[in-house]
Design a protein around this ligand. Structure first.
Ligand SMILES: [Zn+2]
Length: 175
């Protein structure tokens, strides 16, 4: 079995029998298939939603992670979506939880796939309202001018990609 984080379950959620790797009929990939009841346990990526809040003076909010993985590195507020909320609602909630910041005028910046952990990151640019404070899973709040982004201390490839897209968008707007 691979070390993919989603493969932790080795038993069928329906009948409790062991799962085995097999290619189901009419499928093209190996899946986890129950040897008892035949149920196919599909493993799908999980959506994460977040915001890149921008202040009126053009500075961008980042938070320093206080959790593993990548503790101590900078990231934008974001996290796993809950069932029952939209991606926008999840992004706003995570920003409130991690940076105590309200945001408005969300605009889709991009969708970034992190293959290895099986995560799809949906990122919105947003207007920051008021001041931010250190919140959950965060050790520090930082406001960064586009020229002063800590590119070598960013948590994930998706953090870098989203910030590159945001900076390009801000520069285009200022022209
Ligand atoms: Zn089963």
């Amino acid at each position: 079995m691979s070390s993919h984080p989603h493969t932790f379950s080795r038993y069928c959620m329906h009948c409790g029998e062991r799962l085995s790797s097999a290619t189901p009929e009419n499928d093209t990939k190996r899946r986890l298939v129950c040897i008892g009841c035949g149920f196919v346990h599909y493993i799908n990526p999980r959506p994460v939603a977040g915001t890149l809040p921008v202040r009126a003076d053009g500075q961008i909010l980042l938070t320093r992670r206080d959790i593993e993985p990548r503790r101590g590195m900078w990231v934008f507020p974001g996290g796993f979506m809950d069932v029952g909320e939209t991606a926008e609602e999840a992004a706003i909630r995570e920003t409130r939880e991690e940076a105590h910041l309200e945001v408005a005028n969300l605009s889709l910046l991009g969708v970034y796939t992190r293959i290895e952990p099986g995560v799809v990151v949906i990122v919105y640019a947003a207007d920051a309202l008021g001041e931010a404070e250190v919140g959950d899973e965060t050790s520090e709040i930082g406001w960064f001018h586009p020229d002063a982004i800590p590119w070598h201390e960013l948590a994930f490839d998706s953090t870098t990609a989203a910030l590159e897209d945001l900076v390009a968008r801000l520069q285009h707007r200022d022209r």
